[in-house]
Write a protein that binds this ligand. Structure first.
Ligand code: FAD
Length: 207
């Protein structure tokens, strides 16, 4: 039985595809509790953060024939990767990718503060004459209560074996899928997709 704020659902079997970050947060309770081995694997694995900052400009000021460009900063906590969306949208849009502790720190800043940090890098690269953005959108994957991070990784002290433990069924009717359970293709869409097939096959063969 799955109890939710939209009612209770019962079935012969269930597949849990909650992100690792949600499993780690404890916001979803299991009864009976998950095995100590599974809880330990959940505790050892961790969620990394990859956040995007989308900037829309009045015009393109970067080389139009470049889709990706990097900035090697003296400062580790800085914007380093920009992707031009112009080839796909025909609009003057850059997306900055940010990772790790820098990405986490940006989540506490206002959009104005983030724009100022990104513009400081772009001005260093393209000069003070570049235009200000006319629109900004940003992700906050670490704070998102439905993910608590972007995708899983193996920190010091964890192993691929922890992903295999996470993928094991709990009892005879509770199954686990999602990118963090994929030993072969973790942190990817195809890893998540294939893990769903893996678990539906397991149910098909067990019932
Ligand atoms: C910025 C970024 C860039 C990425 N780039 C790539 C890429 O280029 N290529 C690639 O292959 N992968 C990429 N990934 C990774 C990929 O998106 C994930 O690995 C994949 O989406 C994981 O799928 P999943 O089904 O395991 O989890 P999710 O897609 O996170 O699905 C989990 C679902 O559970 C729901 N949920 C969570 N909590 C609850 C709750 N309490 N109650 C009910 N529902 C809940 C969520 O809303 C969500 O719908 C990227 C991820 C990010 C964040």
């Amino acid at each position: 039985m799955v109890k939710t704020n939209k009612g209770d659902f019962t079935a012969d079997a269930a597949i849990v595809t909650l992100p690792l970050g949600v499993l780690k947060s404890g916001t979803v309770k299991f009864s009976p509790a998950l095995s100590e081995e599974k809880q330990a694997a959940i505790a050892r694995l961790d969620m990394g953060v990859l956040n995007k900052v989308v900037l829309k400009f009045p015009k393109v000021f970067w080389p139009e024939n470049r889709e990706v460009f990097g900035y090697v900063s003296e400062n580790q906590q800085d914007f380093t990767d920009f992707f031009s969306m112009t080839p796909y949208t025909e609009a003057p849009i850059l997306i900055a990718f940010t990772g790790g502790s820098f990405a986490r720190s940006l989540e506490n800043l206002s959009s104005e503060e983030i724009v100022e940090k990104a513009m400081a890098v772009l001005r260093r690269a393209y000069g003070n004459g570049i235009p200000e953005p006319v629109g900004v959108a940003r992700t906050r994957w670490n704070a998102d209560p439905f993910s608590f991070g972007s995708y899983s990784y193996i920190p010091v002290g964890a192993t691929t074996g922890d992903r295999k433990v996470l993928a094991e069924p709990a009892g005879s009717n509770l199954f686990f899928a999602g990118e963090a359970t994929s030993a072969k293709y973790p942190s990817t869409v195809h890893g998540a997709f294939l893990s769903g097939i893996r678990e539906s096959d397991r149910i098909k063969n067990n019932f």
